[in-house]
Structure formats: C-alpha cells, structure tokens
Design a protein around this ligand. Sequence first.
Ligand code: FES
Length: 173
Amino acid sequence: MTNITGVFEVERDPQTVERRKALLLMVGWLGTMGSLGALLAAGLRGLIPNLLDEPSQRYRIGRPEDYIDGSITFVEEIRVFVLRSGNAFRALSAICTHLGCTVNEAGDGEGFQCPCHGSRFATNGTVIEGPAPRPLEWFGMRQARDGRLLIDRGRTVEASSYLVLEDPEEASA
Ligand code: FES
C-alpha cells in the first residue's frame, strides 16, 4: 500500500481562470449595486409622504332640536354619545379604551360602564375603574351650513370643549 501525501496542483487554462475571476467580480458588483439601489430606494421612499385617501370622519347627526336639553343620546352608527346641556353640545366616544367594546350608560346615571371587562368612566369620560388605560375621547362638533350638527371623529378635543349655539331650536329653521 502506498500513501500519497503532498499538495497537488491542478493545472488550469489561464484564460478559464481569468474568465472565472471576471465573472465572480461581475457577480460581486451586481450584488453590491443591487444592495445600494435597494437602500437608496428605501431612503427615498421615506422622504415621500403617504398620501392615502382616508375616508372622512365627519358625520351629520341631525338637527340640534333632535336632542332634548339635558339628554345623553347614543348615536349607534358612529358609537358616539351626544350630550346636550342648554345651548351646549358635546360628542363623547362610546369606544372603550381598553379593547374597544361599546360602553353603556351606567344604570345609576353616573357615567358609563363597559360590559366587556367592567371599566367604568365618569360623565366627563375619565376612568373611574380599570382596566381601561385612558379616558373616553371627546370629538369636535360644529354646525353645518344646512343647520345639522356635525361630529368630526378625526378631531379629538378637550373634555371642556363645547359647541355652543345661540338658539339651538331656531338654528336650523
Ligand atoms: S373592552 Fe372595555 S373594559 Fe375591556
């Protein structure tokens, strides 16, 4: 038995070796350029603002006189409570800030409660009892040209913000 040790050199055609080197170089360049192009495209995309056509968050909810003085009216289609006190109107979200269930008026007339996990909210929307992490949201209101009330669910306002009408009973006449 014969042991063969040592380094064997394979003779290659110098032209083949050069072609392989050139091919490897080209593949490397293409990979590098592709990566740089992707990075550049991602960077440029970040500079372009997202121009999505978002649906309007404004809803007409009827005329001021549809809401009697001192009432809290649930507008089911948009899950909002409309509170009227004299000439002042406000819109409170009925969406629980825990997991999004619809809150109800509390039976004792003191604010709102969530049927899902028991959160309770005061009439001003603040959390009385968790697990809700944040108060209910208040939405901006205004009166449209046709006299109807308009709620903008895309615009939150302070709890102390009201829409005050000079004469709600005549505003839409
Ligand atoms: S969704 Fe209202 S308490 Fe959980």
